[in-house]
Design a protein. Structure first.
Length: 453
């Protein structure tokens, strides 16, 4: 049985060369994230081409997550500067003698006494003075301020539209490139997710929407956000810039539980192996962090800067994969109670899992859209679960889902045909017990047969 929780890697300057990308995949990456906050469409197209070529070479399916920048405020362009604790920094609307923050919303919201954080909370500063065009800060920690990094005000939220104009241009590109997942940044409510889903529908895409929970309203509305989404991402960088850091373990657990109660895959991201930006071995606390995320119920862990810009992208994936595998040893995941919005098909999937476990049988499923695979995975089966799909796009989608083993591409078939294919492809042999499952119609899970080979 393969590792059940997935490892995702962000591509960037440190990892988008074909040989490095292949090494990252060999090290254990199950899928890739493209960050549309940085880079051009031409660069992203080259990365997508490289991933698809890698699929052909390795005979695997790699889901691609296109991560929209979202309604955020970022520093402008300037030469990086070092700041020390107690030093003064000036932010200006249009640059000039200070560091540019080209955002009317930031200057509307910021007040004397506020704590301003940069790059997901990596650097923090206190506001000493402000005018209409400039803000003077006192650095609370030392570090490097670099261009294009995020700017947040602790305890406050920007009132900006989502998706943005840039997001819509990037979304059109993602649809043209056939990406399987679209991640929406700075989600505040289910309405943000609905707007993105409507935009995808108008563009003719069935991509799954990942809601990134990283705002105060997003956490407050996490139940309805999870219900509206296809998957959820715990974006700890910006969460750590909005909430007290000591609250982060509780917030992470809350988001994971909300997603799992609604049968949505959940991804934990940001600073998982942050020290590996420079060092080839993680710290002890980072190992515990990844281990804990898996034991908390995450479907996947996502490496961001470690693989996009770090010095050791391949080693970072190797370590993440090792830690995830170790966390799963001797561990029985929690089986979450279904929330009130669960369908009869979700209940049917629970019956499939419990029947297979009681018989010591393998689950062999056929999933046209990926929903049957997602329904089975929500109940965390302890037995092998093989999933046939009609096309590569669906196979890529389920490759991100906990415990689902892509069995191959297969045209429409009945339950007996599933059993025959499982045997033909070496997934089952004489004496095995199989629980065969599929839906009679699109997006259903309602047909089952038990077969002893």
């Amino acid at each position: 049985m393969s590792r059940r929780a997935r490892v995702l890697a962000t591509l960037g300057p440190a990892s988008d060369a074909p040989d490095v990308m292949e090494a990252v995949a060999a090290a254990g990456a199950d899928g890739f994230r493209l960050n549309f906050s940085h880079g051009t469409h031409e660069q992203k197209a080259a990365e997508i081409t490289g991933i698809r070529a890698l699929e052909e070479k390795l005979g695997r399916h790699f889901p691609i997550m296109g991560d929209l920048q979202g309604p955020t405020v970022r520093l402008g362009d300037f030469q990086p500067i070092q700041v020390s604790r107690g030093s003064k920094v000036t932010l200006t609307r249009n640059g000039g003698s200070g560091i540019p923050v080209p955002s009317d919303e930031f200057f509307r919201l910021v007040e004397v006494g506020d704590e301003v954080t940069f790059e997901g909370g990596r650097i923090a500063a206190r506001v000493l003075e402000r005018s209409g065009e400039a803000v003077v800060l006192e650095a609370l920690v030392e570090g490097t301020l670099a261009p294009r990094k995020t700017v947040a005000i602790r305890g406050k939220e920007y009132d900006l539209p989502s998706p943005t104009e840039k997001d819509m241009l990037d979304l059109k590109f993602m649809v043209e490139q056939g990406l399987e997942y679209v991640a929406l940044s700075f989600v505040r409510s289910r309405e943000d997710v609905r707007r993105l889903r409507e935009a995808l529908s108008e563009l003719g895409s069935d991509a799954w929407v990942i809601a990134k929970v990283e705002t105060i309203p997003g956490v407050e509305n996490v139940d309805s956000v999870a219900e509206e989404s296809d998957a959820v991402l715990v974006a700890r960088g910006d969460l750590g810039a909005k909430f007290p850091l000591e609250d982060m373990p509780f917030i992470q657990t809350r988001i994971i539980d909300a997603a799992r109660a609604r049968g949505r895959p959940v991804i934990v991201a940001t600073q998982l192996l942050d020290s590996m930006m420079e060092n080839p071995i993680p710290t002890r606390s980072e190992v515990v962090d990844v281990f804990t995320a898996v034991r908390d119920g995450a479907d996947a862990v996502l490496l961001t800067g470690e693989t996009a810009a770090g010095r050791h992208p391949v080693e970072s994936v190797e370590w993440a994969s090792r830690i995830v595998a170790r966390a799963e040893e001797g561990y029985t995941p929690r089986r979450m109670a279904m929330d009130g919005g669960a369908s009869i098909y979700d209940a049917f999937a629970l019956g499939v899992v419990e029947l297979a476990e009681s018989m010591g049988a393998k689950i062999v499923a056929y999933s046209r859209s990926g929903n049957t695979a997602r329904r089975i995975a929500r109940h965390r089966p302890s037995v092998d679960a093989y999933v046939f799909t009609p096309d590569a796009r669906t196979a890529r989608k389920i490759s991100l889902i906990w415990g689902m083993i892509p069995a191959g591409i297969l045209g429409a078939t009945d339950l007996e045909g599933l059993a025959s294919e499982a045997v033909r492809r070496g997934l089952a042999k004489e004496g095995d017990r199989l629980v065969l499952v599929r839906g009679a119609q699109k997006d259903t899970t309602d047909m089952l047969r038990v077969k002893v080979l």
